[in-house]
Design a protein around this ligand. Structure first.
Ligand SMILES: [Zn+2]
Length: 189
C-alpha cells in the first residue's frame, strides 16, 4: 500500500489539525498524529475529517485512521462518492483505479485462502483459482471443472492434477492472469 498512498509531513499534519480540530496544536500533538496516521495520505485524512463534520473537532488519530480504512474498504464506485463531497475526492486516474481494483482482487484471493485455512475446508484454493479462467488444454469454460482429457487435438499431452482436478496449464494461466496487472502498474506509474 505504501506505493499507492503518499506519506504526510509534519506541516501536513499541523495543517490538518488547525483546519479541522479545536486542539491546541503542539509539537507533541503533531508527533502523536503523525505516528497514529502513518501510512495514510493527506488527501485521505482530509477527506475523513471533512466527512466527520463537527465530530472532527474532537477526533483522535485512531478515529481518522478507522475512517480512512473504511473508505479504502468501500468498493471503488458509487458508495464512496456518496460519502465524500466531490471536491474532496482525490483525482482518480484510470491507473489508480486499476491499481485499487487489483489490490482488492488480490485481497479477495488471499481472503479465500485464509477462509479455507481457518475453516479447515477441503476445497483447494488452487482449484478455485484455476476455475476462474477457461482451460487452454481441454477448453473447459470458466467455472467448469476440467474434463478427463489427457491428449488434446493438437496432440499435446497433459494429465489433470489429482488434487485440483484441473489441467496444470490452466492453473498456470490463472496465475499469469493474476500477476499481469503488476507489470501493467509499473508502466502506468
Ligand atoms: Zn482442462
Amino acid at each position: 500500500m505504501s506505493t499507492i498512498y503518499a506519506v504526510m509531513s509534519r506541516s501536513d499534519v499541523r495543517g490538518l489539525l488547525m483546519r479541522h480540530t479545536d486542539a491546541h496544536v503542539t509539537d507533541e500533538l503533531v508527533t502523536a498524529w503523525l505516528a497514529g496516521l502513518a501510512g495514510y495520505s493527506l488527501a485521505e485524512c482530509h477527506a475523513a475529517l471533512t466527512a466527520m463534520g463537527t465530530t472532527a473537532r474532537r477526533a483522535t488519530p485512531s478515529d481518522v485512521a478507522g475512517s480512512c480504512d473504511a473508505a479504502r474498504d468501500r468498493p471503488a464506485g458509487h458508495s464512496a462518492s456518496a460519502a465524500i463531497p466531490p471536491q474532496q475526492r482525490r483525482p482518480s486516474t484510470s491507473s489508480t483505479a486499476t491499481t485499487r481494483r487489483e489490490y482488492h482482487r488480490q485481497a479477495g484471493l488471499r481472503g479465500i485462502r485464509n477462509a479455507y485455512a481457518a475453516m479447515g475446508w477441503e476445497r483447494n484454493p488452487d482449484h478455485d483459482l484455476a476455475r476462474s479462467v477457461p482451460c487452454p488444454f481441454c477448453k473447459a469454460k470458466a467455472e467448469v471443472v476440467c474434463g478427463p482429457l489427457s491428449r488434446n487435438r493438437a496432440g499435446h499431452k497433459e494429465k489433470r492434477d489429482p488434487v485440483t482436478r484441473m489441467h496444470p496449464s490452466r492453473l498456470e494461466r490463472a496465475r499469469q492472469t493474476t500477476s499481469t496487472p503488476h507489470a501493467h502498474k509499473e508502466i502506468a506509474r
